[in-house]
Design a protein around this ligand. Structure first.
Ligand SMILES: C[S@@+](CC[C@H](N)C(=O)[O-])C[C@H]1O[C@@H](n2cnc3c(N)ncnc32)[C@H](O)[C@@H]1O
Length: 248
């Protein structure tokens, strides 16, 4: 399977669900609250993965339904959140009734979907005036060690410039997206920098020897960079980039 094939990359998470659950960041509460209308009751967390965003949505007291195509990712979600209904499905085909939710969240996944088909399907399941919110966690690569970490995990990745993490193309069915940025720090053990790298779609599809080479380079960075070497805890700086738009 090729690492530059978008479909294969989108499906790669099946192979790394455990690493994903262990290593990937969650989302700050202010960002989650901003993403969902204050009067929302029923929320679809689409492309829910292992439940990184589903969990804080549930904690807000919302009734959350999760849709996620990967069986392995969904199994992690159900282990974490056994009371949440989690269905197979994609952004382009949701096996849900028309007008059944007040809001749809799509975290760290809009770059994997077909935007026109996804926007049409999301509009179908939203109630009148409902809201969709694509969200991304983005590392602050201006910090030296973070930029070096990113350079290593992107080595040989031809899709780096293709996958768009910016304003989502939602089309005419939705209002112009509003945008907000939430900055936060994530405490991590330096060894977690390897697991975080291993959970990425590019690495999941690499041949073992190439993946191990990149992971060894991450270990080397953790062992030698002056801001990482000998530390028990390091702080990964993140921006959570949130977009929201209402159904017209
Ligand atoms: C990077 S993970 C994000 C998971 C979770 N939302 C989070 O924030 O941790 C991307 C997820 O999108 C899913 N995915 C890929 N293509 C998809 C599609 N067309 N429709 C819905 N989900 C998709 C993958 O299976 C994967 O679980």
């Amino acid at each position: 399977m090729s690492t530059d094939d978008v479909g294969a990359r989108a499906a790669s998470f099946d192979r790394g669900a455990g690493a994903y659950a262990a290593a990937r960041p969650g989302y700050p509460d202010e960002a989650v609250r901003w993403a969902v209308p204050p009067d929302a009751r029923d929320v679809l967390d689409l492309a829910a993965g292992t439940g990184k965003l589903t969990q804080p949505l549930v904690a807000l007291g919302l009734h959350v339904v999760a849709v996620e195509p990967s069986d392995e990712m969904r199994a992690q979600l159900s282990a974490l959140l056994p009371d949440v209904e989690a269905f197979p499905g994609t952004a382009e085909h949701l096996d849900l009734p028309d007008a059944c939710v007040d809001a749809v969240t799509v975290a760290q996944a809009w770059h994997w979907v077909d935007p026109p088909a996804a926007a049409t399907e999301i509009a179908r399941v939203l109630r009148p005036g409902g809201q969709v919110a694509p969200i991304w966690n983005v590392r602050d690569d201006t910090v030296d060690w973070v930029g070096r970490w990113t350079e290593i995990v992107h080595r040989g990745d031809s899709l780096t410039d293709t996958l768009r993490y910016g304003e989502p193309a939602l089309g005419d069915l939705f209002t112009e997206p509003e945008h907000a940025t939430f900055r936060w720090m994530r405490p991590m053990h330096p060894a977690d920098l390897r697991t975080l790298a291993a959970s990425r779609s590019h690495l999941l599809l690499l041949p073992d020897d190439e993946r191990d080479g990149l992971l060894d380079a991450i270990d080397e960075l953790a062992a030698t960079h002056p801001d990482l070497r000998g530390r028990d805890v390091v702080e990964m700086p993140y921006r959570t980039e949130c977009y929201r738009a209402r159904l017209r």
